[in-house]
Design a protein around this ligand. Structure first.
Ligand SMILES: Cc1cc2nc3c(=O)[nH]c(=O)nc-3n(C[C@H](O)[C@H](O)[C@H](O)COP(=O)(O)O)c2cc1C
Length: 200
């Protein structure tokens, strides 16, 4: 995850500090966070995504705008995210409001990526049913050879881009002896962050 123009307030700096500590401790997949959405019937759905940026007060990942989670986000913009970094025994919960990133931001990320990932983004209609995995592989290979022969351009699909989560709540959970864990929380209140503690 890249940290860019991070606000100077404590919860953001604390997030960055733990993130860097986890990386220093050799934590794999530090940028993977589990994001939960709620569908139109009120049922929750959770899945991991890779958060590539913390830009200003937004956690940002990239995905399909027509996937199952995208349908949830269209109906309900409230989301919850969870990171767990066992190498430092810290869990961070973040909650906030999700929206699509500006197109320019998605373009910059798309055109800076490895070609294979972009071909997969073009080939896959995320979350849609397919008869077999081989059909998806065939589509991937077909698009790859069309791009290589110049028949097709490697263009960011309209339904693929960034999602930004403007964080309104953080909980920093640190494991402690006898499970007397430390829970420090921050809730956004206008421009201020209200700090409080929860029992473990
Ligand atoms: C560690 C990890 C990172 C992932 N990163 C992403 C990601 O950045 N974007 C994405 O769309 N899916 C990512 N996935 C796949 C998602 O978990 C999920 O399968 C996919 O987004 C479809 O979810 P949906 O059907 O709920 O929309 C990742 C999976 C794992 C295990």
């Amino acid at each position: 995850m890249l940290f860019k123009s991070l606000p100077e307030s404590i919860p953001f700096l604390k997030f960055q500090d733990f993130y860097l500590q986890a990386e220093d401790a050799g934590q794999p997949f530090t940028e993977a966070g589990c994001i939960s959405s709620v569908d139109q019937d009120g049922a929750p759905h959770a899945r991991y995504v890779n958060f590539k940026y913390f830009f200003e007060d937004n956690l940002i990942f990239f995905s399909s705008y027509t996937s199952n989670k995208a349908l949830d986000f269209d109906k309900n913009q409230k989301v919850a995210i969870n990171f767990w970094w066992p190498s430092i025994d810290v869990q961070i919960r973040a909650e906030g409001i999700i929206s699509k990133c500006p197109e320019k931001f998605s373009d910059e990320h798309f055109y800076g990526r490895e070609q294979g990932k972009n071909i997969a983004a073009i080939a896959s209609d995320q979350s849609k049913l397919i008869d077999s995995y081989e059909m998806l592989e065939d589509r991937y290979e077909h698009i790859k050879s069309s791009i290589e022969s110049g028949e097709l351009e490697e263009v960011r699909p309209e339904n693929w881009g960034g999602y930004q989560v403007k964080v309104t709540f953080f909980e920093f959970w640190e494991a402690n002896k006898d499970r007397l864990n430390y829970r420090e929380c921050y809730k956004r209140n206008g421009d201020q962050w209200e700090k409080f503690f929860l029992q473990s």
